[in-house]
Write a protein that binds this ligand. Structure first.
Ligand code: UDP
Length: 245
């Protein structure tokens, strides 16, 4: 981070990929893409390509992990060896273990865990191609996979980062902005409840910049939420049409 070798914002105030500071990357979301999982979703956000699959609620193995008063949520975030420029070892890295925890903790508040005591849900996130902001895109997709599996939820969780590129606060950082920029603030939001379930910060920002980044990320989450709802509806319209045929 923070080596200013390249300008991230041009004279017109646009970013390397032509985006305005508060513009999201193009997003494509599909729900119910895997027939062998209880729920699934696929997201493309810029160059990120991520699959999320959910199994459960089901009996937990090993059994001693089960909790008497609620369901246990488990999550595995994994990057395919071909997902980044330099081949990534398929073995779980420290970063993947951390992100698995971060994704799980940002989804937990959205689920009525108390409805299914002594059971568990497994979320598997496979990053097929990464270009910055994969934790947020994974949360967005995993939340839809949970909804697709019919898990009772308080709200969907939408996630997006904001950060600082050169001297500008920007939304939805891509890899170059993440690496050369000076700060990254990932946020996850339950938009209907107006509740933040993830807030991290990497880098240095003034208080004013931090507030601007958080507000910009929240606005980004709200836009992603609209796309999530559209994708969910589309799945059930196509299921209905198939049933009618
Ligand atoms: N990355 C990489 N190799 C790795 C891990 C990450 O090239 O082994 C890249 C990838 O593009 C990722 C970005 O670094 O999206 C930023 O990673 P970070 O840890 O900040 O998490 P993210 O922004 O993806 O949530």
């Amino acid at each position: 981070m923070s080596q200013k070798t390249e300008k991230l914002i041009d004279k017109k105030g646009l970013r390397l990929d032509g985006r305005k500071p508060d513009e999201l990357r193009p997003i494509k979301i599909e729900v119910g893409v895997l027939s062998n999982a209880d729920g699934s979703a696929y997201i493309e956000q810029g160059k990120n390509k991520i699959l999320a699959a959910v199994f459960g609620p089901k009996e937990l193995h090993p059994k001693h992990l089960a909790l008497q008063d609620r369901m246990v949520l488990r999550c595995r975030y994994h990057m395919a060896p071909f997902s980044v420029q330099e081949r990534k070892s398929p073995a779980p890295s420290r970063r993947e273990i951390e992100l698995s925890k971060v994704i799980r903790e940002s989804l937990e508040p959205a689920i009525f865990l108390e409805y299914y005591p002594r059971t568990g849900i497994d979320i598997f996130v496979e990053v097929l191609q990464a270009d910055g902001g994969t934790r947020c895109a994974s949360i967005t997709a995993a939340s839809l996979a949970l909804a697709d599996a019919g898990i009772p939820m308080r709200d969907l969780v939408a996630a997006c980062a904001a950060g600082k590129a050169d001297d500008t606060i920007v939304l939805d950082l891509m890899d170059t902005e993440d690496k050369i920029g000076t700060a990254d603030v990932p946020v996850a939001l339950m938009p209907n409840l107006n509740a933040i379930t993830l807030l991290q910060m990497d880098g240095i920002l003034t208080l004013e910049e931090f507030k601007k980044a958080v507000n910009m990320a929240i606005e980004g989450c709200k836009k992603i939420y609209a796309l999530q709802k559209e994708a969910l509806k589309l799945k059930y319209v196509s299921v209905k049409e198939e049933a009618e045929e």
